[in-house]
Structures are given as structure tokens and as C-alpha cells.
Design a protein around this ligand. Sequence first.
Ligand SMILES: [Zn+2]
Length: 207
Amino acid sequence: MLEFFSKHLENAVNEIAKLPGIGKRTALRLTLHLVKADKIEVAALTTAIDNLKEHLCYCKNCFNLSDKDVCDICENPKRDHAMICVVQDIRDVIAIENTNQYTGVYHVLGGVISPMDGIGINQLRLQELFDRIDAGGVREVVLALPATVEGDTTNFYIYKNIKDKVSEITTIARGVGIGEELEYADEVTLGRSLMGRTSFESVYVKR
Ligand SMILES: [Zn+2]
């Protein structure tokens, strides 16, 4: 246990240490950095954090993070709105956008089906995805969930529910490596696997 001689110092360290991947000692180092930093710099940080809670929301179409009701991607008329890429979370949207290879829109599920972690279909934005497809105008759904048991279970669940409604259901090439999450794939590999996506059915159903 670290000993503190200031309640304020202790509080700040404890709060920062709650962030993922940050232990008490790193939290102390960051806190002491903030103590030394000038007021304006610290104010910019606290404002940025406050704004996350005050002004950031989920896009009502795709559940990407956005500063407004509908995100920039969904609002962009140059994007192909007939192509929806289904991803686990926002980090995947960022990774795919960084490849500059994808011109469609997204649907962020918020996770994958994982009974062990208590994540069932109702915890995810699956019904919202099916509603978007039922609304019509969707030509292709690209399944870009992680290559894990949970990712595959979720892929199959989606496939079963949409196979009669969408003409093309594809999946990204698994050159990305089994178990490796999208966000860790480099842009070139991820870009290639998006370009080389294949029919979900031909790979996973009709073997
Ligand atoms: Zn959106």
C-alpha cells in the first residue's frame, strides 16, 4: 500500500488507478505530473473528460460514438448505405476507417454473445440491426466480428436471422489471424482482408 500525506493526492491517485491497465504506481506518476502541470493544461484535460459525459452520445442508426444524434459516417451521402459492416465495438470502426478501404456504413453491436460473461442477445444491438435490415435498402452485410468462439456464435446468429433478407452476407478474410482482434491488425492487413472478403455461407455454412 502506498502511504499518502494528502487526502487530495490520495483521492486523485485512487480515481486514476480505477482506469483500465493503470496500477497505483502509474497513477501516482500521472497525478504528480498533473500537480506540476500548469492550470490551463489540467483544465483542458478535465474539460475533455467532462465533455465525454455531457456531449458524446451513440449514433441512433449505427451506435458509433458521435457528437450528434446521427454520426458523420451515417450522415455522409458519399458512403454506401446499402452496405453495413457489423463490428463488436467502436475501436473496430476506428481500425477499419484507418484502412481507407471501406466505403459502407457500420453497425456497432456493443460486444458479442458470451453466456459466460452474461452477454446474451438482449444486451447487444442485434434487434436494432435486424430493424435496419427490415427497413430495406441493404444489399450487403459484412460480418467483421472477432475470430473467436463468441464471435462465430454471434456471426451465425446474425446469419440465421438475415439470410433471407440480404442478398450478400460476407465475412472479412481471416488472414487477420485466429483470435486476433481487429483493433490489433495493422491497417494494410485489415484493408486487404476487407477487400478480399468472402461469402459467409461458402466459408462457414456449406463446407
Ligand atoms: Zn452512425
